[in-house]
Each structure stands twice: as C-alpha cells, then as structure tokens.
Design a binder for this molecule. Sequence first.
Ligand code: NDP
Ligand code: 8X3
Length: 249
Amino acid sequence: MPPTAFVTGATSGFGEAITRRFVAEGWRVVATGRRGERLEALQAELGDAVHTIVLDVRDRDAVIAAAEHLPEGFRPVRVLVANAGLALGLGPADRADLDDWDTMVDTNVKGLMYTVRAVLPQMVAAGGGHVVTIGSVAGSYPYPGGNVYGATKAFVAQLALNLRADLVAKGIRVTDIEPGLAETEFSVVRFKGDAEKAGKVYEGIAPIRPEDIADTVWWAVTRPPHINVNRIEIMAECQSFGPFQVVRS
Ligand code: NDP
Ligand code: 8X3
C-alpha cells in the first residue's frame, strides 16, 4: 500500500505543489482546503491517488473528524504537511484590523494546533510518521507590518521544536520549513484580492516557486530515518536582511 500524506491548504500555492509532488512520487494524498471546486479539479487531474476533504482548519470538530474518518487506503497518515495559513494586511500595528489579527491567529496558530492534534494519534499508534510545518522567515525576523503574522509563525517554529521534545524516539519526525518571499496566492490574500498590488511584490525579482518548497518538503521527509531535520530556512536569492533602524531627531 502506498504511504499517505495529509496536506492542509492544498488548493493553491505550496500545498497544491506538495500534493502534486507526493502523487508524482507514488504516494496517496489527502488534499484539504476550503475551496471545494479547486479540490475537485485536483482530484479530476490526479485521480484515485487523491482523497479530497473540504476542510476549514479553524473548525476544530471538523478537523478531528476528518483525521478520524479517513477512508481505507488513506490511513494511517505517514506525513502531515500542516501548510494552511495566511497573512492579512501589512499595516502598522496601531492601525491594524483586529479581525485580520483574529483570523491569522485562528488559522495559523489554532488551525495548526487542531491539525497536529488530530493526526498525531494515528502516527503514534503506527509507530512512525513525519510532521512538516510551514513556518516563515517572518517568524524569525521582524519587518514593518509583519506584526501578528510574524508572531504566528514564531509560534509555528516553537510548536515544531516542542513536538520534537514530546515525540523523541517514537519514530515520528518533525520539520519546520521556513520560506521567504515566494510567489503564490499569498499576496493576493494579504492584499484582499488586489491583484495589481500583489503582483508588484514579485516584479523584477525571481521569487521562490511553489515547486521549490515541494522539493524541500520531499527532501526533508526522504532523509534516512535515524536523522531529523529540525528546521530549514530558505530565501529567494534576491532577498536578504534590512539594517537596524535608527531614527534621529
Ligand atoms: P496560498 O494563498 O497560495 O495558499 C494558502 C493555502 O492555505 C490555500 O490552499 C488556502 O486554501 C489554505 N487556507 C487558508 N486558510 C485556510 C483555512 N482556514 N482552512 C483551510 N485552509 C486554509 O499561499 P501559500 O501557498 O504561500 O501559503 C501556504 C503557507 O505558506 C502559509 O502557511 C503561509 O503563511 C506560508 N508561507 C508563505 C510564504 C510566501 O511568501 N508565499 C512564505 C513563507 C510561508 P482555501 O482558501 O481553499 O481554504
Ligand atoms: C511569507 C514571507 O516575508 O512575506 O511568510 O512574510 S514574508
């Protein structure tokens, strides 16, 4: 029986590329996300190797039920790619929309918690597995307007390390992949559908592509079982760090 990967946020960007990569490598994939029509298209294209579930990771009961009721042939989950997430807004903290902050925390923090908690028991019962979380460089380095988004990604990185502490020597590995600037639908979402503004983020540069992250996930999960890749930070070559700000009067 081919092994199964469970991917959240499989309807676009990294999650879609990760789904395609695992299927191409002969795996089965449980592909999840809120947009059912995107999942149907993916299923039609990739066939029986994919089982789709319309799933909002903010819905705790639905996440638990999805993991508990996987069909024969799609369980136990060998690899969880907890990828679903988003940034909303890029304004300064004093003017940020609190609903945006709530949505980012509900999705990137609580949705991740629910997903991990839902899938882990079957990995423990099976005596093996791999949890891949998708953090961000924004979780390590501050930037103007990154405020709560970056803070949610710091949570992702620390949860991944703490999962390692709980799961050590249980055959379950944990890797946090922390990308920088990558062209997906991320900026369209961040700028609430403003495609022109989103497009400018990637103008004149060569950003990370979704396939690069799919390749990174695949690399991490195919390392020999006696090692654990704790974290991978990966930036576009055109991206680097800003200087400290010093404001003079
Ligand atoms: P996309 O917007 O292209 O994809 C985001 C995915 O997350 C979609 O499939 C979306 O599906 C899903 N998603 C969002 N909210 C929910 C929800 N409540 N429940 C279930 N699924 C949800 O962006 P990316 O591929 O870039 O983003 C994937 C991850 O990578 C995110 O965690 C993001 O923070 C992170 N990241 C992105 C970087 C970038 O520059 N692009 C860099 C570093 C990290 P749907 O809308 O159908 O539910
Ligand atoms: C997305 C990368 O730099 O836009 O997590 O925050 S960044």
